[in-house]
Design a protein around this ligand. Structure first.
Ligand code: A3P
Length: 342
């Protein structure tokens, strides 16, 4: 894609005609839940998202201490949003799930996506240019989220020394399975069906929302090496292995470390329980409603396990995706535990 096309269109929001013309100029591939995905700024996305992304890149102004949760879809975004919210707001609300005390913690009555909104899916979606000073009145830090790759973040985030970005990714085998389950039911009947094998093929070629997956990871990985005080790079599997350690890491990173007294009083464990899959999944608010347009809240909580790919991928599929990732991540220092085909 010629850079001049992107640059030109980043200067202004697109009129309908311009938008159509612009879309026609982009490489496209068969989509997962829309007819096509388009390669915009070197990642795959849907037309609606492109409009929102152009708008937020133009209008969003980072503020000192903004905290951005960044992920590729189906890597544990909902979990990380809940944790970030619970950690940062822990002195405002009761984090205990004890039945003996009344608890009005927002995570018990709101989906994490309502508490930590997406820039592209919520705040700047559908042509909106939000007044963030009203929306986030008196809130510091502002908690925001995105699926954008690092190089496409609004320039005011990239140039700020004080914004923080927490990035979460996941081993691609489980990520693919999670994407597959999430999107398969959403494919409109008007589109030709997409088989599991087709989806796998697309994923291995990097054709998935905000992918290629490896580029997404490598962008944030590199940034975390260059600016460790700004970008914290996390993996879902590590969090599952020892979530308490990660809650403390996140708290340190965002500048809200736990005091000795908090640790003694079990606040870390309370937050772990509050944000756990088991707790969030069973809440009324997460069993119904749609906090992100088009997606049922309940579909955000499927299994929450490491290694579910073993129930779905053949050994040769697992081997192939492992090999793709090994090749793509070679020399970067980033790796995932080897998932040996069974
Ligand atoms: P599975 O489909 O493997 O179950 P995202 O939030 O980015 O959409 O990611 C969704 C994945 O995270 C799903 O994985 C979902 O079950 C899992 N998940 C959601 N909430 C979780 C939590 N509190 N703890 C761990 N995993 C969670």
């Amino acid at each position: 894609m010629p850079p001049s096309v992107i640059d030109h269109h980043q200067d202004a929001e697109l009129s309908n005609n311009e938008a159509k013309e612009f879309l026609l100029s982009l490489p496209k591939e068969r989509g997962w839940r829309t007819s096509h995905l388009y390669l915009f700024q070197n990642f795959w996305c849907q037309p609606k998202e492109i409009q929102a992304i152009i708008s937020l890149q133009k209008h969003f102004q980072a503020q000192e201490n903004d905290l951005l949760v960044a992920t590729i879809p189906k890597s544990g975004t909902t979990w990380l949003k809940a944790l970030a919210f619970a950690i940062v707001k822990r002195t405002h609300f009761n984090t205990s799930l004890s039945k003996t005390s009344h608890n009005d913690h927002p995570l018990l009555s709101s989906n994490p996506h309502d508490l930590v909104p997406f820039l592209e899916y919520k705040l700047y979606a559908n042509g909106r240019i939000p007044d963030l000073s009203t929306l986030f009145h008196d809130q510091e830090p502002r908690l925001l989220a995105t699926h954008l790759p690092f190089p496409s973040l609004p320039s005011s985030i990239n140039s700020s020394d004080t914004c923080r970005v927490i990035y979460l990714c996941r081993n691609p085998l489980d990520n693919f399975i999670s994407v597959w389950h999430f999107l398969k039911g959403m494919r409109p009947k008007t589109l030709p069906s997409l088989s599991f094998e087709d989806g796998f093929e697309m994923y291995c070629r990097g054709v998935v929302g905000f992918g290629p997956y490896w580029d997404h990871m490598l962008g944030y990985w590199q940034a975390s090496l260059e600016q460790p005080q700004k970008v914290l790079f996390l993996k879902y599997e590590d969090m599952k292995e020892d979530i308490s350690v990660h809650v403390k890491r996140i708290a340190d990173f965002v500048g809200f470390p736990f005091s000795l007294e908090e640790e003694k009083n079990g606040v870390v464990e309370e937050i772990v329980r509050l944000c756990s899959f088991e707790n969030l999944k069973e809440l009324e608010v997460n069993k119904s409603g749609k906090s992100i347009a088009c997606f049922e809240n309940k579909s955000l909580f499927r299994k929450g396990e490491v290694g579910d790919w073993k129930n779905h991928l053949t050994p040769s599929m697992a081997e192939r995706l492992n090999k793709v990732m090994e090749d793509k991540l070679a020399g970067s220092g980033l790796s995932f535990k080897k998932y040996v085909p069974v």
